[in-house]
Design a protein around this ligand. Structure first.
Ligand SMILES: Nc1ncnc2c1ncn2[C@@H]1O[C@H](COP(=O)(O)OP(=O)(O)OP(=O)(O)O)[C@@H](O)[C@H]1O
Ligand SMILES: [Mg+2]
Length: 364
Protein backbone atom coordinates (compact mmCIF):
# COMPACT_ATOMS: atom_id res chain seq x y z
CA UNK A 1 0.00 0.00 0.00
CA UNK A 2 1.27 3.47 -0.86
CA UNK A 3 2.13 5.71 2.09
CA UNK A 4 0.36 9.01 2.74
CA UNK A 5 1.03 11.93 0.37
CA UNK A 6 4.00 14.06 1.44
CA UNK A 7 1.60 16.99 1.85
CA UNK A 8 -0.70 15.06 4.19
CA UNK A 9 -0.66 16.90 7.51
CA UNK A 10 0.69 15.05 10.54
CA UNK A 11 -2.51 15.94 12.38
CA UNK A 12 -5.89 17.24 11.32
CA UNK A 13 -8.70 17.94 13.79
CA UNK A 14 -12.09 18.94 12.42
CA UNK A 15 -14.84 20.49 14.54
CA UNK A 16 -13.58 18.76 17.66
CA UNK A 17 -16.05 19.28 20.50
CA UNK A 18 -16.13 18.02 24.08
CA UNK A 19 -18.37 18.86 27.03
CA UNK A 20 -17.95 18.01 30.70
CA UNK A 21 -21.43 18.43 32.18
CA UNK A 22 -22.30 22.08 31.54
CA UNK A 23 -18.73 23.03 30.62
CA UNK A 24 -18.04 23.30 26.92
CA UNK A 25 -14.34 22.49 27.27
CA UNK A 26 -13.54 22.25 23.54
CA UNK A 27 -15.79 23.98 21.04
CA UNK A 28 -15.56 23.10 17.32
CA UNK A 29 -11.77 23.15 17.16
CA UNK A 30 -10.15 22.90 13.73
CA UNK A 31 -6.43 22.34 13.78
CA UNK A 32 -3.98 21.32 11.05
CA UNK A 33 -0.38 20.51 11.93
CA UNK A 34 2.08 20.22 9.03
CA UNK A 35 4.63 17.40 9.09
CA UNK A 36 7.93 18.22 10.73
CA UNK A 37 6.55 21.34 12.41
CA UNK A 38 6.44 22.42 16.01
CA UNK A 39 2.98 23.75 16.85
CA UNK A 40 1.98 25.41 20.12
CA UNK A 41 -1.47 25.39 21.66
CA UNK A 42 -1.48 28.64 23.61
CA UNK A 43 -4.19 29.88 25.93
CA UNK A 44 -5.13 30.73 29.52
CA UNK A 45 -5.77 28.11 32.19
CA UNK A 46 -8.95 26.13 31.57
CA UNK A 47 -9.29 27.06 27.88
CA UNK A 48 -9.25 23.41 26.77
CA UNK A 49 -5.63 22.76 25.75
CA UNK A 50 -5.13 19.52 27.68
CA UNK A 51 -8.54 18.28 26.59
CA UNK A 52 -7.54 18.69 22.93
CA UNK A 53 -4.29 16.78 23.49
CA UNK A 54 -6.04 13.97 25.34
CA UNK A 55 -8.50 13.55 22.48
CA UNK A 56 -5.68 13.47 19.93
CA UNK A 57 -3.84 10.87 22.01
CA UNK A 58 -7.01 8.77 22.23
CA UNK A 59 -7.21 9.08 26.02
CA UNK A 60 -10.59 10.84 25.78
CA UNK A 61 -13.39 10.64 23.22
CA UNK A 62 -14.86 13.83 21.77
CA UNK A 63 -18.62 14.38 21.64
CA UNK A 64 -18.26 15.42 18.02
CA UNK A 65 -15.59 15.85 15.41
CA UNK A 66 -12.85 13.94 13.63
CA UNK A 67 -9.13 13.43 14.09
CA UNK A 68 -6.73 12.24 11.39
CA UNK A 69 -3.13 11.35 12.15
CA UNK A 70 -0.84 11.17 9.14
CA UNK A 71 -3.86 10.76 6.87
CA UNK A 72 -5.49 7.99 8.93
CA UNK A 73 -8.85 8.57 10.58
CA UNK A 74 -8.30 7.71 14.24
CA UNK A 75 -11.36 9.39 15.76
CA UNK A 76 -14.70 9.79 14.01
CA UNK A 77 -18.38 9.00 14.30
CA UNK A 78 -17.70 5.26 14.02
CA UNK A 79 -13.96 5.15 14.70
CA UNK A 80 -12.08 5.30 18.00
CA UNK A 81 -8.59 3.88 17.64
CA UNK A 82 -7.07 3.08 21.07
CA UNK A 83 -4.05 5.16 22.18
CA UNK A 84 -1.50 2.40 21.58
CA UNK A 85 -2.52 2.12 17.92
CA UNK A 86 -2.22 5.85 17.11
CA UNK A 87 1.57 6.03 16.90
CA UNK A 88 1.56 9.13 19.11
CA UNK A 89 4.06 9.86 21.87
CA UNK A 90 3.13 11.88 24.90
CA UNK A 91 5.19 13.91 27.37
CA UNK A 92 3.25 14.99 30.43
CA UNK A 93 3.84 17.93 32.71
CA UNK A 94 5.07 15.69 35.53
CA UNK A 95 7.03 13.48 33.06
CA UNK A 96 5.27 10.39 34.49
CA UNK A 97 8.49 8.34 34.55
CA UNK A 98 8.32 4.95 36.27
CA UNK A 99 10.28 5.53 39.48
CA UNK A 100 11.29 1.88 39.93
CA UNK A 101 12.69 1.48 36.39
CA UNK A 102 16.10 2.72 35.25
CA UNK A 103 16.36 5.48 32.68
CA UNK A 104 17.07 2.93 29.94
CA UNK A 105 14.09 0.75 30.90
CA UNK A 106 11.83 3.80 31.03
CA UNK A 107 12.88 4.72 27.50
CA UNK A 108 12.47 1.12 26.30
CA UNK A 109 9.01 0.82 27.82
CA UNK A 110 7.10 1.41 24.59
CA UNK A 111 9.37 -0.92 22.60
CA UNK A 112 8.44 -4.26 24.12
CA UNK A 113 7.27 -5.49 20.72
CA UNK A 114 10.83 -5.28 19.37
CA UNK A 115 13.58 -7.87 19.74
CA UNK A 116 16.00 -7.33 22.60
CA UNK A 117 18.76 -6.18 20.22
CA UNK A 118 16.57 -3.73 18.31
CA UNK A 119 15.19 -2.39 21.55
CA UNK A 120 18.67 -1.78 22.99
CA UNK A 121 19.67 0.02 19.81
CA UNK A 122 16.61 2.28 19.82
CA UNK A 123 17.03 3.08 23.51
CA UNK A 124 20.68 3.96 22.98
CA UNK A 125 19.91 6.18 20.02
CA UNK A 126 17.05 7.99 21.80
CA UNK A 127 19.25 8.58 24.86
CA UNK A 128 22.06 9.83 22.62
CA UNK A 129 19.65 12.24 20.95
CA UNK A 130 18.79 13.81 24.31
CA UNK A 131 22.39 13.69 25.58
CA UNK A 132 21.67 11.16 28.33
CA UNK A 133 23.49 8.08 27.02
CA UNK A 134 25.80 8.01 30.06
CA UNK A 135 22.91 7.87 32.55
CA UNK A 136 20.94 4.86 31.31
CA UNK A 137 21.47 2.89 34.50
CA UNK A 138 20.23 5.64 36.87
CA UNK A 139 16.84 5.71 38.51
CA UNK A 140 14.68 8.77 37.71
CA UNK A 141 14.75 9.85 41.36
CA UNK A 142 18.50 10.41 41.01
CA UNK A 143 18.06 12.92 38.17
CA UNK A 144 17.56 16.67 38.05
CA UNK A 145 14.32 18.14 36.68
CA UNK A 146 15.91 18.97 33.36
CA UNK A 147 17.36 15.47 33.06
CA UNK A 148 13.99 13.86 33.85
CA UNK A 149 12.48 16.07 31.18
CA UNK A 150 14.98 14.73 28.64
CA UNK A 151 14.31 11.11 29.64
CA UNK A 152 10.58 11.68 29.17
CA UNK A 153 11.30 13.09 25.74
CA UNK A 154 13.56 10.16 24.85
CA UNK A 155 10.81 7.76 25.91
CA UNK A 156 8.34 9.51 23.63
CA UNK A 157 10.81 9.62 20.71
CA UNK A 158 12.02 6.00 20.94
CA UNK A 159 9.03 4.36 19.17
CA UNK A 160 9.49 6.88 16.31
CA UNK A 161 5.93 8.21 16.53
CA UNK A 162 4.18 10.22 13.81
CA UNK A 163 3.44 12.88 16.38
CA UNK A 164 4.63 13.86 19.84
CA UNK A 165 2.32 15.71 22.21
CA UNK A 166 3.82 17.69 25.07
CA UNK A 167 1.59 19.10 27.81
CA UNK A 168 3.23 22.07 29.59
CA UNK A 169 6.57 20.28 29.29
CA UNK A 170 8.61 23.02 30.93
CA UNK A 171 6.36 24.08 33.77
CA UNK A 172 8.14 21.99 36.41
CA UNK A 173 11.47 23.67 35.75
CA UNK A 174 12.66 26.85 37.43
CA UNK A 175 12.98 29.97 35.30
CA UNK A 176 16.72 29.70 34.68
CA UNK A 177 16.61 26.05 33.60
CA UNK A 178 13.43 26.54 31.61
CA UNK A 179 14.89 28.74 28.90
CA UNK A 180 17.84 26.40 28.42
CA UNK A 181 15.79 23.20 28.40
CA UNK A 182 13.22 24.48 25.95
CA UNK A 183 15.92 25.46 23.44
CA UNK A 184 17.39 22.01 23.93
CA UNK A 185 14.06 20.29 23.40
CA UNK A 186 13.48 22.24 20.23
CA UNK A 187 16.92 21.23 18.92
CA UNK A 188 16.24 17.57 19.77
CA UNK A 189 12.86 17.59 18.00
CA UNK A 190 14.41 19.29 14.96
CA UNK A 191 17.30 16.81 14.87
CA UNK A 192 14.79 13.95 14.88
CA UNK A 193 12.64 15.77 12.26
CA UNK A 194 9.81 15.12 14.69
CA UNK A 195 6.35 16.66 14.38
CA UNK A 196 5.21 17.90 17.77
CA UNK A 197 2.36 19.79 19.40
CA UNK A 198 3.04 21.39 22.75
CA UNK A 199 0.71 23.08 25.17
CA UNK A 200 1.62 26.22 27.04
CA UNK A 201 0.01 29.24 28.65
CA UNK A 202 3.25 31.18 28.29
CA UNK A 203 3.10 33.38 25.18
CA UNK A 204 6.83 33.99 25.13
CA UNK A 205 7.43 30.24 25.09
CA UNK A 206 4.96 29.75 22.27
CA UNK A 207 6.30 32.61 20.14
CA UNK A 208 9.95 31.73 20.60
CA UNK A 209 9.66 27.97 20.05
CA UNK A 210 6.86 27.22 17.66
CA UNK A 211 6.54 27.38 13.88
CA UNK A 212 2.78 27.75 14.28
CA UNK A 213 0.77 28.91 17.27
CA UNK A 214 -2.91 28.14 17.82
CA UNK A 215 -4.37 30.63 20.29
CA UNK A 216 -7.27 29.25 22.33
CA UNK A 217 -9.78 30.77 24.70
CA UNK A 218 -12.89 29.25 26.22
CA UNK A 219 -12.66 26.13 24.09
CA UNK A 220 -12.30 27.99 20.80
CA UNK A 221 -9.30 28.45 18.54
CA UNK A 222 -9.10 32.17 17.76
CA UNK A 223 -6.24 32.04 15.28
CA UNK A 224 -3.57 29.69 13.96
CA UNK A 225 -0.59 31.44 12.46
CA UNK A 226 3.16 31.78 12.56
CA UNK A 227 4.40 33.89 15.49
CA UNK A 228 5.01 37.04 13.45
CA UNK A 229 1.58 37.02 11.82
CA UNK A 230 -0.04 36.39 15.17
CA UNK A 231 1.74 39.36 16.67
CA UNK A 232 1.37 41.81 13.80
CA UNK A 233 -2.04 40.73 12.45
CA UNK A 234 -4.05 39.36 15.38
CA UNK A 235 -7.42 38.08 14.18
CA UNK A 236 -9.32 38.97 17.33
CA UNK A 237 -8.97 41.37 20.21
CA UNK A 238 -8.33 38.41 22.51
CA UNK A 239 -5.30 37.39 20.45
CA UNK A 240 -4.03 40.97 20.34
CA UNK A 241 -4.18 41.26 24.12
CA UNK A 242 -3.05 37.73 25.01
CA UNK A 243 -0.07 37.62 22.67
CA UNK A 244 2.45 40.28 23.56
CA UNK A 245 1.85 43.52 25.39
CA UNK A 246 -1.04 45.63 24.19
CA UNK A 247 -2.98 48.65 25.36
CA UNK A 248 -6.37 49.49 23.95
CA UNK A 249 -8.04 52.78 23.10
CA UNK A 250 -11.52 53.55 21.86
CA UNK A 251 -11.66 54.96 18.35
CA UNK A 252 -14.05 56.36 15.77
CA UNK A 253 -13.76 55.60 12.07
CA UNK A 254 -12.39 58.59 10.19
CA UNK A 255 -11.84 56.84 6.85
CA UNK A 256 -11.42 53.40 5.36
CA UNK A 257 -7.95 53.10 6.95
CA UNK A 258 -8.10 55.95 9.47
CA UNK A 259 -9.26 56.14 13.05
CA UNK A 260 -9.64 59.05 15.49
CA UNK A 261 -8.40 58.18 18.98
CA UNK A 262 -7.65 60.05 22.22
CA UNK A 263 -4.08 60.40 20.93
CA UNK A 264 -5.03 61.69 17.50
CA UNK A 265 -5.79 60.35 14.04
CA UNK A 266 -3.99 57.08 13.29
CA UNK A 267 -3.67 54.83 10.22
CA UNK A 268 -5.04 51.30 10.67
CA UNK A 269 -3.68 47.98 9.39
CA UNK A 270 -7.07 46.86 8.09
CA UNK A 271 -10.13 48.41 6.49
CA UNK A 272 -12.67 49.67 9.00
CA UNK A 273 -16.33 48.81 8.66
CA UNK A 274 -17.88 49.89 11.95
CA UNK A 275 -18.07 53.46 13.20
CA UNK A 276 -16.89 52.51 16.67
CA UNK A 277 -13.64 50.58 16.88
CA UNK A 278 -11.11 49.42 19.43
CA UNK A 279 -7.51 50.26 18.67
CA UNK A 280 -4.56 48.21 19.92
CA UNK A 281 -1.26 49.98 20.60
CA UNK A 282 1.90 47.96 21.27
CA UNK A 283 4.38 49.56 23.72
CA UNK A 284 7.28 49.22 21.26
CA UNK A 285 5.38 51.16 18.60
CA UNK A 286 4.74 54.18 20.84
CA UNK A 287 7.39 56.93 20.66
CA UNK A 288 7.58 59.69 23.27
CA UNK A 289 9.12 63.14 23.22
CA UNK A 290 9.07 65.59 26.10
CA UNK A 291 6.99 68.62 25.11
CA UNK A 292 5.30 71.23 27.29
CA UNK A 293 2.26 71.16 25.00
CA UNK A 294 2.23 67.32 24.90
CA UNK A 295 -1.08 65.53 25.37
CA UNK A 296 0.26 62.76 27.63
CA UNK A 297 1.63 62.77 31.17
CA UNK A 298 4.24 60.28 32.38
CA UNK A 299 2.73 58.44 35.35
CA UNK A 300 5.23 55.63 35.84
CA UNK A 301 8.58 54.28 34.75
CA UNK A 302 10.07 50.80 35.10
CA UNK A 303 13.75 50.63 34.26
CA UNK A 304 15.18 47.30 33.08
CA UNK A 305 18.64 48.35 31.87
CA UNK A 306 18.38 47.11 28.29
CA UNK A 307 15.15 49.07 27.99
CA UNK A 308 12.44 50.79 30.03
CA UNK A 309 8.67 50.80 30.13
CA UNK A 310 7.07 54.22 30.54
CA UNK A 311 3.41 54.54 31.51
CA UNK A 312 1.54 57.54 30.14
CA UNK A 313 -1.94 58.86 30.84
CA UNK A 314 -3.72 60.51 27.96
CA UNK A 315 -7.03 62.35 27.43
CA UNK A 316 -10.01 60.55 28.90
CA UNK A 317 -7.85 58.81 31.53
CA UNK A 318 -6.63 56.13 29.13
CA UNK A 319 -3.28 54.57 29.98
CA UNK A 320 -0.66 53.55 27.43
CA UNK A 321 2.80 52.08 27.75
CA UNK A 322 5.91 52.88 25.74
CA UNK A 323 8.94 50.63 25.59
CA UNK A 324 12.07 52.61 24.82
CA UNK A 325 15.85 52.48 24.97
CA UNK A 326 17.89 52.77 28.17
CA UNK A 327 18.47 56.57 28.01
CA UNK A 328 16.76 58.16 31.01
CA UNK A 329 15.38 61.49 29.77
CA UNK A 330 11.87 61.35 31.28
CA UNK A 331 10.61 61.57 34.84
CA UNK A 332 7.17 61.18 36.35
CA UNK A 333 4.99 64.21 35.72
CA UNK A 334 6.66 65.13 32.41
CA UNK A 335 4.34 66.10 29.58
CA UNK A 336 5.04 64.16 26.39
CA UNK A 337 4.03 64.17 22.75
CA UNK A 338 3.10 60.71 21.48
CA UNK A 339 3.70 59.20 18.10
CA UNK A 340 2.59 55.76 17.02
CA UNK A 341 5.01 54.15 14.58
CA UNK A 342 3.26 52.26 11.80
CA UNK A 343 -0.41 51.40 11.45
CA UNK A 344 -2.42 50.26 14.47
CA UNK A 345 -4.51 47.10 14.75
CA UNK A 346 -8.21 47.91 15.00
CA UNK A 347 -11.31 45.83 15.73
CA UNK A 348 -14.97 46.61 15.36
CA UNK A 349 -16.42 47.49 18.72
CA UNK A 350 -19.84 45.92 18.92
CA UNK A 351 -21.22 46.14 22.43
CA UNK A 352 -22.90 42.73 22.41
CA UNK A 353 -19.99 40.90 20.79
CA UNK A 354 -18.94 37.79 22.64
CA UNK A 355 -15.64 36.05 22.03
CA UNK A 356 -17.45 33.27 20.21
CA UNK A 357 -19.13 35.75 17.84
CA UNK A 358 -15.79 37.37 17.30
CA UNK A 359 -14.20 34.06 16.29
CA UNK A 360 -17.11 33.16 14.06
CA UNK A 361 -16.77 36.58 12.42
CA UNK A 362 -13.17 35.87 11.40
CA UNK A 363 -13.04 35.09 7.71
CA UNK A 364 -11.75 31.56 7.10
N1 LIG B 1 -12.43 15.30 33.57
C1 LIG B 1 -13.03 16.49 33.65
N2 LIG B 1 -14.23 16.62 34.26
C2 LIG B 1 -14.88 17.81 34.31
N3 LIG B 1 -14.39 18.95 33.77
C3 LIG B 1 -13.20 18.89 33.16
C4 LIG B 1 -12.46 17.67 33.07
N4 LIG B 1 -11.31 17.92 32.39
C5 LIG B 1 -11.34 19.23 32.07
N5 LIG B 1 -12.47 19.83 32.53
C6 LIG B 1 -12.85 21.23 32.35
O1 LIG B 1 -12.72 21.55 30.97
C7 LIG B 1 -12.13 22.82 30.81
C8 LIG B 1 -10.86 22.71 30.00
O2 LIG B 1 -9.90 21.99 30.78
P1 LIG B 1 -8.42 21.70 30.27
O3 LIG B 1 -7.76 20.84 31.28
O4 LIG B 1 -8.47 21.20 28.88
O5 LIG B 1 -7.77 23.17 30.29
P2 LIG B 1 -6.28 23.63 30.03
O6 LIG B 1 -6.35 24.64 28.94
O7 LIG B 1 -5.41 22.47 29.83
O8 LIG B 1 -5.91 24.40 31.38
P3 LIG B 1 -4.52 24.46 32.21
O9 LIG B 1 -3.67 25.49 31.49
O10 LIG B 1 -4.95 24.95 33.55
O11 LIG B 1 -3.92 23.09 32.23
C9 LIG B 1 -11.95 23.39 32.20
O12 LIG B 1 -13.05 24.21 32.49
C10 LIG B 1 -11.91 22.17 33.09
O13 LIG B 1 -12.36 22.47 34.37
MG1 LIG C 1 -3.81 21.66 30.91
Amino acid sequence: MAGPEPTTPALRCCALTRRFGDTLAVDRVDLTVPRGSLTALLGPSGCGKTTVLRMVAGLLDPDEGRIEIDGTLVTGPTVALPPERRNVGMVFQDYALFPHLTVARNVGYGLRHLSRGERAERVASALRLVGMDHLGARLPTALSGGQQQRVALARALAPEPDLILLDEPFSNLDAALRAAVREEVRAILRAADQTAVFVTHDQEEALSLADLVAVMDQGRVHQIADPQTLYTQPATRFVAEFVGEADVLPGTRAGRYLVDTPIGRLPTDRALRAGEVTVVVRPESLDLRRADDGTGVVTGLSYFGHDQLVTIEVAGGHVLRSRRGPGLDLVRGDRVRLEVVGPVVAFDRVAATTLADEVDGVPA
